[in-house]
Design a protein around this ligand. Structure first.
Ligand code: ZN
Ligand code: ZN
Length: 362
């Protein structure tokens, strides 16, 4: 079967022929892959900054944002059946008995770093025709979400962050509408803005845009304020928004993030989800930040990967988005490419939001 593979040692990316996987245990299912989304992680992998092949292989099949259909199941599989649409999780537990997080199925909090990740770290990904996986890593998606369910995985970033926000903010035992600022209007930022909006936050998005636009049509459609970073400083943004309760950072641009950190409101929480490259040191007024954090009871947290419950929340939220804003949600997916043209999907598309490699129709 065809697969998109990266050869880190040869600095090569191409469509290869890879043996079709088979069910080898009674608790596995075999899937036909429909859609695979492309994100910054994939772009880092195909530019050889990131990504490790499985042991004994000189290539890694990429792709971790998937939607597929179950075609076969092992004798003990009870959660899914042939014909079900499923989204697979990405991270798999480390082998160490002492890692309490992995032993409890919370490999998103792995202590050892010896986890694997499909399509990223020592495990083949989903940008191929068929995949076999243990049923506990599958999440069934309603058929109505066929067009957009490839967005479940990038939405889980916001879902885990929301779970973390609610957990830490349970330190404030009263009801109050929270103001949220999302940094970045890429797919993670837009899906995060949708999730925060559905959860009742007053949401503003602060971002640069490829064409320096003053408006963002998707955010307009969902009723979220867009503030262009090209024409508004972080000070102006903070004045326009008012005291900020939550910042959901979805750009990986550390300079802007630390600038916004200065404007965080009382008792607020700042969530980092972007992973910046190494661009060298930048000056930051650490006295000001530390003073604000102490005098305002602020909290900064980083969030990576997502647990099963975040996949369930993402599927549920995606259903709500599809009902409220069907056109805006569909327009998050800007390009669909057949597997032969997967390399075009991996190129950065100016103005594009999310590219998808459409492997099978169904
Ligand atoms: Zn991704
Ligand atoms: Zn672990």
């Amino acid at each position: 079967m065809r697969a998109v593979a990266v050869y880190p040692s040869k600095h090569e990316v191409r469509v290869i022929d890879h043996p079709e996987p088979r069910i080898t245990s009674a608790t596995q299912a075999r899937m036909r892959v429909f859609d695979v989304g492309v994100c910054g992680t994939d772009r880092d992998i195909v530019s050889f900054q990131f990504g490790t092949p499985p042991e004994g292989s000189d290539y890694l099949i990429i792709g971790h944002e998937s939607l597929s259909e179950v075609v076969d199941v092992g004798a003990q599989v009870s959660k899914v059946k042939p014909g079900d649409l499923v989204v697979m999780t990405v991270r798999r537990p480390c082998p160490h008995p002492s890692c309490v997080a992995c032993r409890q199925g919370r490999q998103d909090f792995c202590y050892t770093g010896d986890f694997t990740e499909r399509g990223i770290k020592q495990s083949h990904g989903y940008m191929t025709e068929f995949v076999v996986e243990e049923e506990r890593y599958l999440h069934v998606v309603p058929r109505e979400l066929r067009d957009v369910a490839v967005l479940v995985e990038p939405l889980t970033i916001a879902e885990k962050s929301l779970e973390q926000i609610w957990t830490v903010q349970s330190r404030l035992p009263w009801d109050r509408q929270h103001r949220a600022v999302v940094l970045g209007a890429g797919p993670v930022g837009i899906l995060g803005a949708m999730a925060l909006n559905v959860e009742g936050f007053d949401v503003s998005v602060y971002s640069r845009s490829p064409n320096h636009a003053e408006k963002n049509p998707i955010l307009d459609a969902i009723g979220v304020r867009y503030i262009a970073a090209e024409t508004h400083s972080t000070e102006e943004m903070a004045k326009m928004v008012g005291p900020i309760d939550v910042v959901y950072e979805a750009t990986g641009a550390s300079g802007v993030a630390f600038d916004v950190l200065k404007h965080l409101g009382p008792n607020a929480v700042f969530v980092f989800t972007g992973v910046p490259g190494h661009h060298g040191p930048i000056p930051v007024d650490t006295d000001e930040i530390m003073r604000n954090m102490v005098l305002n009871n602020q909290l900064v947290l980083g969030s990576v990967n997502a647990p099963p419950q975040a996949f369930q929340s993402a599927i549920q939220h995606l259903g709500v988005f599809a009902e409220r804003w069907p056109d805006a949600l569909r327009s998050v997916i800007t390009g669909r490419f057949p597997i032969e043209h997967a390399l075009d999907a991996l190129k950065n598309q100016p103005g594009g939001v999310k590219n998808v490699v459409a492997i099978s129709e169904g």
